[in-house]
Design a protein around this ligand. Sequence first.
Ligand SMILES: [Zn+2]
Length: 190
Amino acid sequence: MGWSFWGGFLAVALILTVAGVLLRNRIRAFSRRIFGRPDLLGALEALENPAQAAPRSLNGMDRLLLPQILRDFPDFDLRQAKEAAKAYLRENLAGKEELRIHNVVLSQYFPALVEKTMVFQAAVSFREGGATVQKRYDLSYAYRLPGGAGANCPNCGGVLAPGQLQCAYCGTWVANPMGAVWSFTRMEET
Ligand SMILES: [Zn+2]
């Protein structure tokens, strides 16, 4: 066998090695994007057997959304809001055995004129049917007036409907209407 055979053999081996590394990196990137962990086989196993799964991964958008929220609410305290989210979860999941809240992150912000809402995502585990189950919940946190608060426009005195941030009579924006509060309005398993 001549040099050309071994040269060709080495070239093919090199190409296969490079292709293998590229493929592995692509699979890891894909798995990280879809499942939040680089090991695709582990992620697929976890899907089949959620009892042994790692805590659910979250779509954290804190760094992206916080500047936008702070523009609308300069004194918004994210840490405090997350503590409120955990308290709301514990209240709604009261009675679950070995309840653990692994993480809470911001996932969405809807700055509508009438009612501004942010969505927190929480990774939670608890014991159910003899196994530890991993759950993920979306919590809606809305800024609005309590029903029937009867706040008035600071400019013209017109009555503001619950959650209304702009006066219907004179168009004045009400930055912080009396009695407006942040409250959790919805909790949904995702
Ligand atoms: Zn007004």
